[in-house]
Design a protein around this ligand. Sequence first.
Ligand SMILES: Cc1ncc(COP(=O)(O)O)c(C=O)c1O
Length: 452
Amino acid sequence: MSDHHDLAQMDLDYLFHPATDLAGHRRQGPVIWSHGKGVHIFDTEGNRYLEGMAGLWCTALGYGEPELVKAATRQMETFCYGPLFAGKGNEPSIRLAAKLADWVPIEGSRFLFGCSGSDANDAQVKLVRYYFNAIGKPQKSKILSRGNAYHGVTMATAALTGLPAFHAHFGLDMSDVIHLGSPNFYRHGKPGESEAEFVERLGQELEQTIETIGAEHIAAMIAEPLMGAGGVILPPAGYWERIRPVLDAHDILLIDDEVVCGFGRTGQPFGCQTYPMRPHTMTMAKALSSAYQPISAVAVPEFMYQAIEEAAGGVGLFAHGLTYAGHPVAAAVALRNLELMEERQIVAHTADVGAYLQTQLAPLADHPLVGNLRGIGLIAGLELVADKESRQPFPPAEKMAFKVAAACMAEGLIVRALPGDVVAVCPPLIINREQVDELVAKLGRGLDRAAS
Ligand SMILES: Cc1ncc(COP(=O)(O)O)c(C=O)c1O
């Protein structure tokens, strides 16, 4: 049954693939991964690829890391599962929370664990509402987000996500979500508008929106330090400096979604240290365990926790929690993952090799298909255009970013096609300079193939 063709047929017969062009999949069949080592992965047909997307922005320490395998095995042997409900604890979760307190730049944080970025952001929505209910402002319930943002796929977080395909047909309740414009200066800056003028326009849009809705109805803004899945969109210069004081002035909390940016991706431990966000709360997942286990965490500051504790007292319990929140195996793996990041100085490595990646990618900005190249640390996006001068996009039916991703695969490189014809690059954080050279060479050849 391990034969590729049998597996492919079983895939077509039984598997429902998430985030997939389902009809296209029925025609083309699956690629099936078999194993991985370091920054390389292999499929069941024997092909080898450089994993230029770290899976889904997550396999930070790469594939086949024996220390993480050991951490999981040890914990499964010792104590495979115990819930954190009703005040029970387990050692890995306690130690992981304490370790995160060292990493996360939000003074006095506590950590609520989950299993995915989506459930953690969903919890964020519930927590800020719980908080404002607790302090006697129950009408503060709406959440600000942006076009092109990605915050997950639960009913609440899909609504926060600012990508139309994630809304269509799902019957989401969008009534408490306010989407502001996308911060993509290249695509949404007006002709002749400077970056500073664009930022000012975004700031004024925020102020006007708050005035129209009423600050008394708005609980929080959720934001990625830089947008990942929406097209690798970096905040324009001066963006956070303009936005943050407006939130302060209206008692609107800032939820920092670090699911992609956290744990070194941007060359600092968190994206909010690369950009001056000064968030109140933070969501983490993905690189938290280098994807060896599904685990997420929400950092809750002391002022919120105190208010929530008091209000929960009136109910008898804080009635939110997942069966697998604080799963000891996931926590043990995440804890060892963070220890390894410290021992191997992964953040410093990311800053160094990330700068090298950006330098090596720079010449691709001149490629005929590339309208805009952007990135920082070990993340980059190439926005493709039909005409560089006018920034004319390709007709959507051409699926140019998908063509480039397919051409890169044929060259032995995994990259990802994102909305807006952006090709994303986000390799494991352990990538070295030689492997960066391999990535850039293959990406260049993939672009050439797709262009011809
Ligand atoms: C910024 C961001 N937030 C949240 C999520 C949702 O995480 P998950 O897919 O683990 O639910 C993602 C997933 O890619 C993400 O990129």
